[in-house]
Structure formats: C-alpha cells, structure tokens
Design a protein around this ligand. Sequence first.
Ligand SMILES: *Cc1c(COP(=O)(O)O)cnc(C)c1O
Length: 402
Amino acid sequence: MAIRPFTRSFTQQEPIPEDAIAAAVEVMQTGRLHRYNTAPGEESQAAALEREVAAWQGSRFALACASGGAALRIALRAAGIGLGDTVLTNGFTLAPVPGAIVAVGARPVLVEIDENLCLDLDDLEARIARHRPAAVMASHMRGHLCDMDRLAAICAAAGAALIEDCAHTQGARWRGRRSGSFGLAGAFSTQTYKHLNSGEGGILVSDDPDFMARAILLSGSYMLYARHGAAPEESHFQAALLDVPNQSARMDNLRAALLRPQLARIDDAVRRWNARYDAVARSLARAPQLVLPHRPPEEGFVGSSIQFRIPGISTEAARHFVADAADLGVELKWFGADEPVGFTSAHHSWRYVEPQALPRTDAILAGLFDMRLPLTFTLEDCTQIGEIIAAGAAHLVPEAHP
Ligand SMILES: *Cc1c(COP(=O)(O)O)cnc(C)c1O
C-alpha cells in the first residue's frame, strides 16, 4: 500500500488571537510602546503581564525580558554568578543555555542526560562533588522534567543556586507544582516556537525579593523599578541600586499585549498539545524499533514536541530514515548529525565551551529523533505523521550485532 505523503508545514504557528491583535493595535495607537512610557495612573502592558504571570505561576515575582536567553543571563548575574564560577548544565540543551553561562564569564560544565532525556542526577551529584559549582542551570530540554524533588534537594545540599530553563515547560508540572518553581528562579521564552508567541521575549520568575530586585535593575529599569507589575518592595532595591549594571533587556508593551491573552488560554493550548502528542505516540507505538521516553506519573508535561530513540541505529541508517521521512513530508530532527543544522543543540558544536566527554549523552543523541507538534496540526495529521514514521521504521534493517 502506497503511503500518502504529508503536505503541511512543521513550522506554521497558529495566528495571534484577535483580542491580542486588538490589544497590540491599541498600544500602537497610543505610541506608548516602551514599558515605562505610561499615561498618569496607567499600568503598562508589560507590568500587567508580570502581574498576571506571577499569579498564574504562583510565584511572588515576575520580570518580562527581551528574550529567554536574556532572562537566563540576568538570572545568573542576579544570583551573583560571574567570572571564575562554574555552572553545571545539561549536555543536551539549546545553544542559548551554555551561551548565557559563557556570557556572564562563568565556565559551563556539562552533565550527562539519561535515556528519558532528563538530567542524569547521579552524574550531576558526581560533577557537583568534583567541580563545586556556584549554580546548576537545569534545562528541561524538549519538555522532559527530571525528578524535581531530588534535583532541588541535591542543589540545596550543595549550596548551588538552582535556575530552571523552562523554555519547553511553560505550563508543565511536577507533582502538581509548576515548572520554574523548584529553585531560585525559572526562565521562560516567548519566542515563536515556544508555548507563548511574541516573536521574541522572555520571563523570569522567583520568590526571592533580593534576587528579583537585582534582576529588575539588571534588565534596565533605571530608577523606574517601581513601575513593575510583580516586583519586591522598595527596600530590596536600595542595597543594589547603584551597583547593578544595566543590561538593557526589557520587554516592550507591544509584545506584552500579544502575550497576555495567550497566557489566559495557555491551559487550553496545553490540552491541545497533549492530544496531538498522544495521537503521534499511539501510531509510533506500533513500531517496536522506536523507543519513546518514559513519562513518569509525577510529570504533567506539555507535548509541544515529541522525541523517540532508535537505539543502535548507524549514522548511515539514520540519514536514510530522516531522508525517507522528509520525502513523505515529515520533518524529523536527528541529534546525531556531525554538523549542526538549524537550531543547534549538540555540545560538540559549542566551541566556546571547553570540550567535554559525555559518552552516555552522545550515545543517546546518536539515535535520537525529534519533531515539533504545532497546534496547526489536526489530530488526523498527527496520526498520519506517526504512521509515516512507523512505516519508515519497519524498513530499517536490524543492525548486525556480532
Ligand atoms: C528557546 C530556548 C531558550 C532561549 O530562548 P530565546 O527566547 O530564544 O532566547 C533557552 N533554552 C531552550 C531549551 C530553548 O529552546
């Protein structure tokens, strides 16, 4: 039976909701796009977003930033991390994460991941003992949460600040608690391919008032920090006011206006993503060659992308597998490629990081495939995509194991 090719785009997002467009147009009509340019008594869109994010997240404070990467850099600096410090992070994450660590003058040390694409917590403990890091930047890459209770306990015992990179877990939970609430701070991205779409943008959340005062000053608040929507009291700013360097990484009112109506609907988006994830996963389950990451019951994940492994697949076979899927319209990302393609997430292609041996991570990435699940896909689309991949897997010649 001939397989019907898939013809839709893997990078097409849903349109911005009409009420968000209307709010953005209203901001443009006033001309007050800068977050501190407010009429008397007016709450800016950026401040309102911060207030609403903090209420949604269940955090005391929130800061709207220019990007997720900017939020990560600000978090590190606000945590006092800089020149000479070591920061541990996942060996499998996106380039802005090691980039943020290097940007503040710190040294990234990479930690192995496990078969479920989570931070390997045994390796984390071993590397903490060896490197005495000032912080752990745990990246929940592709939405996979490790045992967050154990991670938080390990960091607390080591006296290392835990900063969560939640670019792929906005809306996800561990034992009911929102991702981003387990350590000193959580950083989110509102870049187009994440869970809220303002083109570019980021949000930092924390319960620590002194940390957040420094973060707000770092973001470039000048003496206008009182105009923030979820900020600590004045007294927390006093100690740092003239000492914290301005990093100019503010969010503007236009993007905040686009985000607020999307935040109000994010729980519905999560349900729709998970229905799509389940539809693909059901089709993939028919191919015994494909191994999906185990999702523990404590994890309330957001299925905005799906990953599977083909353990032991050769480079040659992986290339063919990806090419065959592409011929049928299915865009798979393969993390085992030698050369970085598109968005880079292989540690070998970060030359600004000291080369590090991560044999377990490399072995996992060699057989790891990944796919975005935009909400523009229907459930039928997802089933069809899963069937195309499962049929491709059926053609894989088993590797000769001597
Ligand atoms: C996108 C992303 C970031 C950074 O977000 P930007 O807003 O693009 O700077 C950080 N970590 C991961 C895992 C990401 O995918």
